[in-house]
Design a protein around this ligand. Structure first.
Ligand code: SF4
Length: 84
């Protein structure tokens, strides 16, 4: 019986200059994103690979496209595609 391959590791960067603390990512992936204090966003830059779907949902939900994903061995992108 075939088994699924293990999920690939990935890296995550939030452009905190762009982030407006809307909190959509915290709702979408609460094990990865959290607020420290009222507005300071904290996140795991190398989250559990099993959270990838949640993190992708968080990135899609971010109103200012501040969440950028990259592979574990490549540098995280500094800008997101289509962002201004
Ligand atoms: S959803 Fe985007 S703007 Fe909102 S807190 Fe998360 S990264 Fe910041």
């Amino acid at each position: 019986m075939p088994t699924d391959p293990p999920p690939e590791e990935f890296r995550l960067v939030v452009d905190l200059n762009r982030c407006q603390s809307y909190g959509q990512c915290v709702y979408a992936a609460p094990t990865v994103f959290r607020f420290h204090g009222e507005e300071a966003l904290e996140y795991d830059y190398a989250p559990d690979p099993r959270t990838r779907r949640e993190v992708e949902r968080a990135a899609a939900a971010c109103p200012v496209q501040a969440i950028l994903l990259g592979g574990a061995t490549e540098p995280a992108p500094l800008t997101s595609e289509g962002a201004q």
